[in-house]
Each structure stands twice: as structure tokens, then as C-alpha cells.
Design a protein around this ligand. Structure first.
Ligand code: NDP
Ligand code: 2IT
Length: 460
């Protein structure tokens, strides 16, 4: 007779083998999609204790279904540049999972966009959107179009062509895109205008992040950055810490970064550094956010130009070494894999207490492990940056009800949502024997709701 201990070991071994085999099959079926593999690996490993406790998810093929998008669309985007030449980009939309609501997720316009990037983002969005507690499924899209150096009319012509094809696949109850890197209020405006023209109807709920004059939600612009800071505040509070009088480094200087800086400063922190893809600025007395906002939001300039107006600040070419700056709290808010193991080691050796991921998958798997091994409070992207999509769902709700909430109402709901995500992730981590591990906790809490909905809806 096998002892109980042995039976347990065998069960764990069985589940680990199952997960490993599934991961290998994902790699084989999606060759070269390294970012997608990375996102899948983290989730699958987190779910081992859930599968042991609830083996019916294995029989139901829930994971096999979850790693395969319901639909992946790729399309030609032809447009005419300012010199009269026809240019061609590739557009994408991945509709990953609709178990708990219409597909929801941003559009990214950046030259690095490919199927791997879109699929890692869409896959993570399933769990993030589930964590928000709102009825939204997982999706993502974008194009390898590079908005840098393009005129306003070129951006408009490209964006209209992109929507001319995308419009066949989206709708307020089907799939609701929003912004991401390279897609802000201007692009959402052009996308919305083109959708409206093609449909011949004003369908406010088809896109979020819209301008406030035509159905946008107050507070959506601030939501991701503010939400990340609210989430990190919860992590710190549990340890008797806070943003007040802390030193913060925040990468990027786009939408997420700027509003993370704003909230951190409001809470009494000193933000000493931020960056763009060319380099970073550092001022130990604190970065002046008004200047950053004007340079980035109004004038479309490089962050290097900040030092012309603030000689006490230093500019360093290259953005990776921003993590060598000593800080209490690090908020990566630029792009995927911007914190590797080397950067994580620098942060830890300089005494970092908390890391909150404003960007999607900004830390490599090795960096995440290093933070966790060294007891750094770590807020993973799916949980920490879920404020943006949460307020997008609030925008959808306002559009359906044909009304607008005040900033105070939206901000209060955002704070409540971020608190709940933190609590749900902590509870799941504890229940599945990984107390305090928010990576595992967020993956599990996000997964269970979607998995149960899939079971209840049958094999589809
Ligand atoms: P923006 O386009 O507004 O800003 C992106 C910022 O990151 C810019 O400062 C940009 O620099 C920098 N950046 C982009 N790519 C790279 C790169 N390859 N290397 C170094 N720096 C880079 O995008 P967002 O602020 O909206 O998005 C930032 C991150 O947050 C992304 O990971 C996105 O997926 C994530 N996110 C966004 C949400 C949203 O609501 N917008 C919601 C949740 C997550 P430069 O100007 O030089 O390109
Ligand atoms: O990564 C993200 O959550 C976003 N880019 C926001 C998605 C949304 O639909 O608001």
C-alpha cells in the first residue's frame, strides 16, 4: 500500500508532468513566439496547486483551451504617406477568451509588434480582466506601424485603414479595443470616427479611452498609473510602509508612467527618475512633472530635452541603467522585459522595498524570481496595472447607461477595485500555500473565475 505521503508526491509529479508537457506543446505549436511562451510558462507554473486540488480542470481541457486563442486575425493595412507612396503594415487582433464577457484589451502601434507580442498581451489580459471583477474577456491587437516621425495626417490615414478592416470583427458586445503603447486619445478618436462612418451609427461602447466630449470616461487617462500606485500602496500598507517620503524610480514617460508619477508625488513620494526609449533623466531632488507632461503630452519631444530646462538633472543615453538608481519603490511603466536579472540584482542591492508593474510583463521570469527570493514586495502586471482596463469597463457601463460619472466617483471605484484585486490575490496565494506571493495569487484568482465559466458553458 502506498503511504499517503507517497500518493501526494505522485499526484504532484503527475500535475507537474502535465503542465510541462502542455508548455512544450505550446512552444511547438507557436514556434519563435518567445514572449508568448514566457507569459504562458508563468501562468501554468502558478496553477499547479489549483490543478492538484481541482483535477476536473484537466479533464475539461481548460488549460489546453485557454492557451489557444478563440480567434487570431491578421490583416493588411495599406495607407498613403505624405509623399503619395503606398505603405503596407500588418494589423492584428487576438480574441483570446470570451468566457466572462466580450473581448477587451488595447491596441499597440509599435514597430516591434508581431504575433508573439500580441498573443502574450492577449493571454495576460484574460486573467487581468477577470481580476477586475468586471464582465470582460481577454483580447489585444495592434500593428507594426511606427507612429514616430509620422505626420498627423499619416497617422490618421493609417488608423482609418486599420479600422476599415478591424471593424468587421469588433462591436460593443463582441470586442471592445482601447489604447496601449502608441495608441492614445488621438488614435482612439480617429478609430472611433472611422467606425462610426462605416457603421452609420454612433456606437459609443465599441471603443474605450474616448475623448470626454463623445463618450469617454473621466479618469480613464489617469486610471492605469493611479491604479498601479493604489495597488502598491496596499502592498506597502501591509508592512507598515507607504509612499510618503519614499524615493521612486518610474520608467517610461508615456500615459502609464506620467499618471503613476502624478499619484506617487501626490502621496508624498519623490520621483527621482523617468525615461523614454532613448534614455533616462535623474534628479535626486525630484523630477518636475509639469515639464515632463508638457514635453511628452503636448510637444511630443524626447525626455533628453528636460535637462535643458532643469540643469540640476542628468540625462543618460540608453534606458536600461535607470534601474541602477537607488530607490525604495520601482515602477516599470514602459515595456516588456525592461527589468532583467541584472537590473533586479541592482535594485535589490540598492535596497528596493517594492516593485509594481505598470507595464505589461516588464520583468523577466528570472527577475521576478529574484525579487521574490529576496522578499521584495512584488506587484505583478496583471494585478498592478489592471486599473486601466477596469476604468475602461466603467466607461462601457457609462456608455450603456448613457450617463457620465464624476471624477470622484470613478476614482473611488478605481481605488475599491485595486484594493479588491490585492485582497483577492493575497487570499488565493494563501489558500494555495504561497502566502504573500502575488504572482501566484493573481494568476490563480484570475484563472478560477474564467475556468469555472468555461466549465459551466460546456465544450465550446
Ligand atoms: P505610451 O505609448 O503612452 O508610452 C510608452 C512609454 O514607454 C514611452 O515613454 C516609450 O518611449 C516607452 N517605451 C516604449 N517602448 C519601449 C521600448 N521598447 N524600450 C524602452 N522604452 C519604451 O504607452 P503606455 O504608457 O500606454 O504603455 C506603457 C506600458 O503600460 C505598456 O507595457 C502597456 O502595455 C502597459 N499598459 C498600458 C495601459 C494603458 O491603459 N495605456 C494599461 C495597462 C498596461 P518612447 O516614447 O521613446 O517610445
Ligand atoms: O494592457 C491593458 O490593460 C491596456 N492596454 C488597457 C486595455 C483596455 O481595454 O483599457
Amino acid at each position: 500500500m502506498p503511504t499517503l505521503e507517497k500518493v501526494k508526491v505522485t499526484e504532484t509529479q503527475f500535475t507537474m508532468n502535465y503542465v510541462n508537457e502542455l508548455y512544450e506543446s505550446v512552444k511547438k505549436r507557436n514556434p519563435h513566439e518567445v514572449e508568448f511562451h514566457q507569459a504562458v510558462k508563468e501562468v501554468l507554473e502558478s496553477l499547479i496547486p489549483v490543478l492538484e486540488k481541482h483535477p476536473h480542470y484537466i479533464k475539461q481541457g481548460i488549460l489546453e483551451r485557454m492557451v489557444e486563442p478563440e480567434r487570431m486575425i491578421s490583416f493588411r493595412v495599406p495607407w498613403v504617406d505624405d509623399y503619395g507612396y503606398v505603405q503596407v503594415n500588418r494589423g492584428y487582433r487576438v480574441q483570446f477568451n470570451s468566457a466572462i464577457g466580450p473581448y477587451k484589451g488595447g491596441l499597440r502601434f509599435h514597430p516591434t509588434v508581431n504575433s508573439s507580442i500580441i498573443k502574450f498581451l492577449g493571454f495576460e489580459q484574460i486573467f487581468k480582466n477577470s481580476l477586475t471583477g468586471q464582465p470582460i474577456g481577454g483580447g489585444k491587437g495592434g500593428s507594426d506601424f511606427n507612429p514616430k516621425g509620422k505626420s498627423n495626417t499619416e497617422v490618421m490615414r493609417f488608423t482609418q485603414s486599420f479600422m476599415t478592416e478591424l471593424c468587421k470583427y469588433i462591436g460593443p458586445d463582441t470586442d471592445v479595443p482601447a489604447g496601449d503603447i502608441g495608441v492614445g486619445a488621438r488614435e482612439i478618436g480617429y478609430l472611433f470616427g472611422q467606425y462610426k462612418k462605416i457603421q452609420g451609427a454612433f456606437t459609443a461602447g465599441v471603443l474605450t479611452g474616448k475623448g470626454l466630449g463623445y463618450g469617454g470616461s473621466i479618469g480613464r487617462k489617469e486610471a492605469t498609473g493611479y491604479g498601479t500606485v493604489y495597488f502598491v500602496e496596499e502592498m506597502l500598507k501591509d508592512k507598515g510602509l507607504g509612499f510618503k517620503e519614499s524615493t521612486v524610480v518610474i520608467s517610461g514617460s508615456g500615459n502609464v508612467s506620467i499618471y503613476a508619477m502624478e499619484k506617487a508625488i501626490q502621496l508624498g513620494a519623490t520621483v527621482v527618475a523617468c525615461s523614454d526609449s532613448n534614455g533616462y533623466i535623474y534628479d535626486k531632488r525630484g523630477i518636475d512633472l509639469t515639464t515632463v507632461k508638457r514635453l511628452k503630452e503636448v510637444e511630443g519631444k524626447r525626455i533628453s530635452e528636460y535637462v535643458d530646462e532643469h540643469p540640476s538633472a542628468e540625462y543618460t543615453e540608453g534606458c536600461k541603467e535607470i534601474w541602477s538608481i537607488p530607490c525604495d519603490i520601482a515602477l516599470p511603466c514602459a515595456t516588456q522585459n525592461e527589468i532583467d536579472e541584472h537590473a533586479a540584482k541592482l535594485l535589490v542591492s540598492n535596497g528596493v522595498q517594492a516593485v509594481g508593474e505598470g507595464a505589461n510583463m516588464p520583468s523577466t521570469l528570472q527577475a521576478v524570481d529574484f525579487f521574490l527570493e529576496n522578499n521584495v514586495l512584488f506587484g505583478p502586471a496583471k494585478a498592478a496595472n489592471a486599473g486601466g482596463v477596469s476604468v475602461s469597463a466603467l466607461e462601457m457601463a457609462q456608455n450603456s447607461a448613457r450617463l457620465s460619472w464624476s471624477f470622484e466617483e470613478v476614482d473611488l471605484k478605481l481605488q475599491q477595485i485595486m484594493k479588491k484585486i490585492y485582497q483577492d490575490s493575497m487570499t488565493a496565494a494563501k489558500e494555495y500555500s504561497n502566502p504573500g506571493n502575488l504572482v501566484v495569487g493573481a494568476n490563480i484568482a484570475g484563472f478560477i473565475k474564467v475556468a469555472d465559466a468555461m466549465v459551466e458553458q460546456g465544450v465550446i
